[in-house]
Ligand binder design. Structure first.
Ligand SMILES: [Zn+2]
Length: 221
């Protein structure tokens, strides 16, 4: 997929140069820069499907949502979240950061013991640089977290890129590791220093069956 996209991109650049050579400047500019904008859109917009297929909702005929909690584990937040979920008999997927899981492995096993799922959220959560990481660094972000998380629970299935920003090579990198990309339907806004009431109102306004809800636990990254 990435190779095909790259070949198409280079072919369009060559076409743009040809158009410019014959004096069709406006068409050349559109053909030259248009694909770049398309790539940027697909890298930066979490719900975009052009470069990397990702789940933004799920099919259900029941009144249920997929609750996902990112950026843990955290010694303060995770136990409190687990108690809250138990109280409401709710289950969630915790998208964990490998480096944090390395520091708090007991919290990971507790998440699994209580019937929740663990997802992969990179090893260091490089939110600002994930999209332009070298292929080697992309591999390290995936493999190092996998090495930490795999012995602590069932095999990993889901991957969520930091702040939903993807990488050009992500589809292949996930496929060879047996991971699938999940973003979200509803961003709760809980990491924007909003009051709990504002977050609650924001979520309730958008809630519907099959929605994937993004929330966070632990200090912001
Ligand atoms: Zn995150």
């Amino acid at each position: 997929m990435a190779r095909r996209t790259l070949i198409t991109l280079l072919a369009l650049k060559a076409l743009a140069l040809t158009l410019a050579w014959f004096g069709h400047w406006a068409a050349a500019a559109v053909v030259f820069f248009g694909p770049d904008l398309w790539i940027l859109y697909n890298l930066l917009v979490p719900s975009a499907q052009g470069l990397c297929r990702n789940f933004t909702r799920f099919e259900t005929d029941r009144s249920e949502i997929w609750l996902t909690i990112d950026d843990g584990p955290d010694p303060d937040d995770t136990p409190r979240i687990l108690e809250l979920l138990d109280r409401h008999q709710a289950r969630a997927t915790f998208f964990l950061i490998g480096r944090r899981a390395q520091r708090h492995p007991a919290l990971v096993t507790e998440i699994v013991r209580r019937g929740h799922e663990v997802g992969h959220h990179t090893h260091t959560h490089p939110a600002g640089s994930f999209w332009c990481a070298s292929p080697a660094r992309l591999g390290r972000e995936l493999d190092e977290a996998t090495q930490v998380l795999t012995p602590l629970g069932p095999p990993l299935r889901w991957f969520r890129p930091p702040v939903g920003i993807k990488h050009f090579l992500l589809p292949h990198a996930l496929a060879v590791r047996g991971l699938q990309c999940v973003t979200w339907t509803i961003r709760s806004g809980d990491c924007l220093s909003r009051s709990p009431e504002t977050v609650q109102a924001n979520v309730l306004r958008q809630l519907h069956p099959g929605a994937i809800l993004l929330m966070h636990g632990g200090p912001s990254v």
